[in-house]
Write a protein that binds this ligand. Structure first.
Ligand code: HEC
Ligand code: HEC
Length: 667
């Protein structure tokens, strides 16, 4: 029986068209190069094939393709002037080699060329690419302050904006051709087309160098292109006060009204999802959530809230109580919540009852927040206020400061759940393992966890950068019973059967939790180690996404994708493939998956299959994280990178899965 209603068919058609279109682009770009050194696109194609082979469990064949790609790359590097994207290809080859090594393929014979040792003089003359910034407070809060001001610093306002306006303007500044728009600096940065520090790897440069843009007969001169690249190489800084001012305003020829002062607000805020703050905006997470937690939630929580007004989550607060909405976005004076804390123009009592009024400063903040649109700036509307407040605090701390806060909170949370037992603690850099296994077992977990951390970092943020700001706690439970107690305490729920681990946020704690898998007689030692690596990678990767505001359906799916890569040999990974098909067949509707109704076991299983299908190549996961760390909300970043709403992608994927013959393994 086909469990999918026919409305999936429309989605399937859509996906089919997309695949066809993608094929078309590929073949047209391939057609352009028949000359000797292969084009970057050709090499990319070979690498894609290698990756597909690896995904379908053919590592030896993948090795063959990688060898071919490296050979192509070698001849490309003979060129005097390296085409854009070369550096990215070198990185991609290196990463694939590492992945193959993880699958225990002998790759010692494959020598990845070094771009500096190559003949490319142009490349050698270039300053070394600065790595992108770690997710720090500045990145969250938006663009960096003015350009560093070196001798050849490129000005965005004076040089870059006029180029973008004159060469791309009608289609992408005032227009939105192909879904790509750079209305303002902020908008441009959110598209992900600019990778701070690496002009060559930035889409903005690539589309010009490949000759694809501008369309319509225009041309970007070599000097202009060099200016764009230099600007990005130097960090893509903004040198005007307001990053939301339209690029068309900035690019006006001198003499017209001073554009920068005319700070035109960009009216793009979606009320539902979180938004990016501008300097001077009140942050719900940082400014408002702590006030409500401290002064109001005692009476307005989920157990029988006063006047049915609960403030446990942002979504609940915005729903309002008996008298209707308590917050009217944009209309502070009308909002009951503000009147209640001011004690003016109300029935009943001033809030908080029985306590002195809130300070005038705090009331002013609440007023300003509502006047500015009463928006959420971090995580998701469904997250508890406690997590929102913690996320707001996290943004104001440095990685090192937050590391201390998170570590202390993780220890306290353990104490609260398993009070009578002193835990074994194994700090491993930005990851801290806390558990009640024996010391020797914990050491084995720690070794596997280090591999998991390394693989997750490599896939999601780049080696050596923190996977998430302030690090992540890994709770390791020796006994399933203790793990169940943890669920009960932290998630206020029964632990579902068949789930060996999960990730979550709890106030200041970002954690992955897992129960040590029972040692089956006959399991190979390396399988046991791989299993542990997979379990830890799954949870810490999921935590990395949750802390960046991804909903559960995405975070748990992405966790599995990373784990499949980190430990392809693990027995659980094979199990996951089967589980995804099974759970999908049982799923009532796509909505059950997206809003969590399907339960954590199904969400993780289906998510693993779905996210693996859309996040090809996995570099898309990293692009997503980069976009969020540069200030985009999850929704915005998802739309930019995956090009379609999650729901339609899901329906297309599910329809495709349903057509596969029973028992065929998914790739
Ligand atoms: C005459 C209209 C026009 C002009 C001018 C133009 N584009 Fe485009 N652009 C398009 C269209 C149409 C698409 C969608 C194309 C597609 O999907 O094949 C697009 C898509 C894009 C994309 C997203 C697709 C991708 O490949 O990543 C980027 C980035 C882009 N353009 C950059 C630029 C830049 C930079 C300029 C200026 C140097 C520019 N475009 C000038 C029409 C234009
Ligand atoms: C000690 C318990 C208590 C605390 C603390 C408290 N409230 Fe209330 N709240 C109530 C009660 C009881 C009512 C219903 C009676 C009334 O409106 O005077 C109420 C009603 C409200 C209403 C009206 C809801 C409706 O739909 O009619 C709002 C708005 C409100 N509270 C906001 C707040 C805010 C904001 C805070 C924190 C600054 C807060 N409350 C703290 C007990 C409390």
């Amino acid at each position: 029986m086909n469990p999918f209603p026919s409305r999936f068919a429309a989605g399937a058609l859509l996906l089919g068209v997309c695949i066809w279109l993608a094929g078309l682009t590929r073949s047209s770009s391939l057609g352009a190069e028949s000359t000797d050194p292969p084009s970057p696109q050709q090499i990319r194609g070979t690498l894609d094939e290698a990756e597909a082979l690896l995904d379908s469990g053919k590592p030896a064949k993948a090795r063959g393709k990688l060898t071919a790609a490296v050979k192509q790359l070698d001849s490309l590097l003979e060129l005097d002037r390296l085409p854009s994207g070369t550096r990215g290809l070198v990185d991609a080859c290196r990463s694939l080699k590492e992945q193959l090594a993880l699958e225990e393929v002998d790759v010692s014979g494959i020598k990845i060329p070094d771009i500096k040792s190559a003949a490319g003089k142009a490349a050698a003359a270039k300053p070394p690419a600065k790595p992108a910034d770690p997710p720090d407070a500045a990145a969250f809060l938006g663009p960096r302050p003015g350009a560093a001001g070196g001798p050849q610093a490129v000005s965005f306002v004076k040089q870059v904006a006029p180029i973008l306006m004159s060469r791309c303007g009608g289609c992408h500044v005032t227009g939105r051709k192909g879904g790509f728009q750079m209305a303002s600096y902020e908008g441009l940065m959110k598209t992900g087309a600019v990778q701070r520090g690496v002009g060559d790897a930035s889409r903005l440069v690539e589309v010009i160098e490949s000759g694809d843009m501008p369309r319509g007969g225009g041309k970007v001169g070599p000097d202009e292109l060099a200016t764009l690249k230099r600007w990005i190489d130097a960090g893509a800084a903004y040198d005007a006060p307001d990053p939301t001012v339209g690029i068309d305003m900035l690019a006006r020829p001198l003499g017209e009204a001073a554009p920068v002062a005319a700070a035109m607000p960009a009216m793009s805020a979606t009320p539902a999802g979180p938004v990016t703050l501008k300097p001077g905006d009140v942050s719900f997470a940082f400014d408002i959530a702590p006030v409500l937690l401290k002064n109001c939630c005692g009476c307005h929580d989920d157990d029988d809230p006063e006047e049915n007004l609960s403030m446990v989550t942002f979504a609940r607060l915005m729903r309002g109580g008996e008298s209707g909405p308590a917050v009217n976005a944009g209309q502070a004076a009308e909002s009951l919540l503000l009147r209640k804390i001011k004690g003016t123009g109300i029935d009943g009592q001033r809030m908080p009852i029985g306590k002195p009024p809130l300070s005038p400063e705090v009331i002013a903040l609440v007023e300003k927040w509502i006047a500015q649109g009463a928006r959420l700036d971090l995580l998701t509307p469904k997250d508890p206020l406690e997590n929102l407040a913690a996320a707001g605090r996290a943004r104001s701390l440095s990685h090192e400061e937050l590391l201390k806060v998170r570590q202390a909170a993780s220890g306290k949370l353990w104490q609260r759940v398993i009070g009578d037992e002193e835990p074994v603690v194994e700090p491993r850099g930005d990851m801290y393992l806390i558990g009640n296994s024996t010391k020797s077992q914990m050491e084995a977990v720690a070794i596997a966890a280090e591999q998991a951390l390394e693989a997750s970092q490599r896939l999601l943020v780049g080696t050596g950068k923190p996977l998430l700001k302030g690090g992540v706690a890994v709770y390791v439970f020796a006994k399933p019973y203790d793990y169940s107690t943890f669920w009960q305490e932290v998630l206020d729920d029964e632990r579902p059967k068949g789930l060996g681990g999960h990730a979550g946020l709890k106030g200041d704690v970002a954690y992955g939790a897992l129960v040590v898998p029972a040692a089956n007689a006959g399991t190979e030692e390396d399988e046991v180690a791989a299993e542990l690596t997979a379990l830890v990678a799954e949870q810490i990767a999921a935590a990395a996404f949750l802390s960046r505001g991804s909903p559960d359906w995405f975070a748990s799916g992405a966790g599995r994708v990373v784990a499949m890569r980190a430990a392809a040999k693990a027995p659980c990974v094979k199990e996951w493939r089967r589980e995804a098909t099974e759970q999908l067949q049982r799923l009532g509707s796509a909505a059950d998956y997206f809003d969590g109704q399907a339960g954590p076991v199904a969400t993780a299983a289906i998510g693993g299959g779905f996210v693996a299908a859309i996040a090809r190549p996995e570099a898309k996961l990293r692009m997503l994280i980069e976009a969020i760390d540069a200030g985009a909300s999850f929704e915005k970043a998802f739309g930019d990178i995956f090009k379609s709403p999650p729901q339609s992608l899901f329906e297309a994927w599910a329809a495709q899965e349903a057509r596969k013959p029973a028992g065929s393994g998914r790739r």
